[in-house]
Design a protein around this ligand. Structure first.
Ligand SMILES: Nc1ncnc2c1ncn2[C@@H]1O[C@H](COP(=O)(O)OP(=O)(O)OP(=O)(O)O)[C@@H](O)[C@H]1O
Length: 262
């Protein structure tokens, strides 16, 4: 169980990866919207083959962090470096696949046409039929996007993020609106993608699935990374991730998150 303390104690673990295997290294980034500082001196390195889940309360800055990771948004300060040898900057052609929280593919295209379109944007994309199969949309590949259910649109978004065969896949709440079966499927696809080489970083509120499927959990709160390590070590011995998380949030952070070993 967690140990309660009178003040917040944060665990900052050593980077889990080496520079040689790094797909992306975030170095001391901060981000503000006007006077609101959302992220303050955050650093993180993600390696090829890792499935990293970013968790944290609503408004803690997960989406902001993911947008910064993709290069779509620039940090107020700090740097993000892509590549194994650190030789690519945010201006480079490092390949990143991104599923934003809200995605608006064209309603009149079919599922196959949509994936084909995005595959053609990439130099060396995957075949759209492979991706349709992978994300479980083979039964509706000829259906127009405008006629898809909310969950199917989410799966299509996952397909769009991976069809370019990127080095880094960034997914903002890929399982929102999905039932349990589809949620499991999305995480399994993410696992398969990571196992094939790319790094996968996703934001999720589905802590039980994160605990089972992710290599690392990165807990963002109060402007910083409060924990970075294997999900099983978030709360220490015999304390499920979801319980340790609830404990943290209920006590306003006056809980020691412990057990990080990386
Ligand atoms: N474009 C923006 N302009 C101003 N403030 C913003 C902007 N985007 C996000 N914010 C603010 O930054 C904070 C972090 O938002 P962000 O969406 O990154 O959090 P989150 O952890 O992803 O939240 P959720 O879990 O609800 O999706 C919030 O207070 C939000 O209102």
């Amino acid at each position: 169980m967690n140990t309660r303390t009178t003040s917040s104690e944060f665990i900052h673990t050593e980077p889990a990866t080496t520079v040689e295997s790094a797909v992306v290294s975030v170095r001391d980034i901060s981000h503000s919207y006007g006077t609101l500082t959302v992220l303050d001196s955050v650093s993180l390195t993600v390696s090829a083959g890792e499935l990293v889940a970013v968790v944290g309360p609503n408004g803690s800055g997960k989406s902001t962090f993911l947008r910064l990771l993709t290069g779509a948004q620039r940090p107020t300060s700090g740097t993000i470096v892509y590549g194994r040898s650190g030789d690519k900057s945010t201006d480079s052609d490092a390949t990143v696949g991104y599923l934003p929280q809200r995605l608006h593919p064209r309603d009149e295209f079919t599922v196959s046409e949509t994936l084909d379109y995005y595959a053609n944007l990439a130099d060396d994309g995957l075949d759209h039929e492979t991706v349709v199969e992978l994300v479980g949309l083979h039964g509706v590949s000829d259906r127009r996007v405008g006629a898809l259910s909310g969950g199917m649109r989410r799966l299509l978004g996952l397909g769009i993020a991976i069809v370019g065969d990127p080095d880094l896949v960034v997914l903002d709440e890929p399982t929102s609106g999905l039932d349990r079966t589809m949620t499991r499927r999305v995480f399994e696809v993410c696992r398969d993608v990571a196992d094939a080489g790319p790094a996968v970083v996703l934001a999720s509120h589905d802590l039980s699935t994160v605990e089972r499927m992710a290599d690392r959990v990165v807990f963002v709160d109060g402007g910083g990374i409060r924990f970075d390590g294997p999900p099983s070590t978030f709360g220490g011995d015999d304390c499920p991730l979801v319980d340790a998380y609830d404990d943290w949030v209920e006590t306003g952070g006056n809980t020691t998150v412990r057990g990080a070993t990386r």
